[in-house]
Design a protein around this ligand. Structure first.
Ligand code: ADP
Length: 239
């Protein structure tokens, strides 16, 4: 498989704190890759560097062979779904979803068409005139996902997107995101500290420990043949 996104010798420090240390990481087109690891292991920092909210201290990141690590976020064509990336409370569902398209200054009729199609895709069409406060947690999360999908990004970045949901809803959303991933052929980079979530959702898992990848493999291989003591212990903590 061709590398789609490539991190080469990427390091990131905040002041004297070295968070990522000379990371090499390849992400393939169309794959669902989870970044799994304990809190503070550097997962969000990786996502921030992909999204363009942080820049590497050293090293390069390429997308389809083109360097992106110095580009501003809006030039990277990445859709972002963060746990705390709230919807705009004063806007309706449709207006929230339209927002990224308005930022791109698309013609009004085209925006309306794309919003309609995106909302139908996630079966939210009937809720388009509601405000976020009139939706359940799961529905809000689906709107956030739709807002990230609507401008047809090349990659979707998700940081603990289901962290705030109760167990049942969480499992339902896991299935739904998996299904969307398959149906639309999306490339998804998914940050989680939840072992079972990563094991059930991913094509591959990169297990992080203190800013380094301990192992990157299929869920099956991570579970059955952990290559380091850390991976064995961390995966063993599955509840
Ligand atoms: P994770 O997502 O695995 O929980 P993070 O990438 O959020 O880990 O954080 C890794 C380390 O980097 C933590 O020690 C965190 O405190 C530190 N860190 C993250 N962002 C910043 C920042 N903007 N300024 C200073 N330290 C940061």
């Amino acid at each position: 498989m061709q590398p789609f996104i490539q991190f080469e010798s990427v390091s990131k420090s905040f002041g004297s704190l070295a968070v990522i240390d000379s990371l090499d990481l390849t992400i393939h087109k169309g794959e669902f890759l989870s970044l799994l690891g304990p809190s503070g292991s550097g997962k969000t920092t990786i996502l921030m560097m992909l999204a363009g909210f942080e820049r590497p201290t050293r090293g390069t990141i390429t997308l389809d062979g083109m360097r992106i690590d110095q580009l501003p976020p809006h030039r990277r064509e990445m859709g972002v779904v963060f746990q705390n990336y709230a919807l705009f409370p004063h806007m309706t569902v449709a207006e929230n979803v339209a927002f990224p398209l308005e930022m791109k200054r698309l013609p009004r009729h085209e925006i309306a068409r794309k919003v309609e199609r995106a909302l139908d895709m996630v079966r939210l069409g009937h809720l388009k005139n509601r405000r976020p406060s009139q939706l359940s947690g799961g529905q809000q999360q689906r709107v956030a996902l739709t807002r990230a999908l609507v401008f047809e990004p090349r990659v979707i970045l998700m940081d603990e997107p289901l962290g705030a949901l109760d167990k049942q809803l969480r499992e339902h959303m896991q299935l739904e995101i998996r299904e969307l991933h398959k149906r639309l052929g999306l490339t998804i980079v998914f940050v989680t500290h939840d072992q079972s979530e990563a094991l059930t959702m991913s094509d591959r898992i990169a297990v992080f420990n203190a800013g380094k990848v301990e192992q990157i493999d299929s869920p099956h291989a991570i579970y059955d043949t952990p290559r380091t003591r850390f991976v064995a212990q961390f995966i063993g903590e599955t509840n």
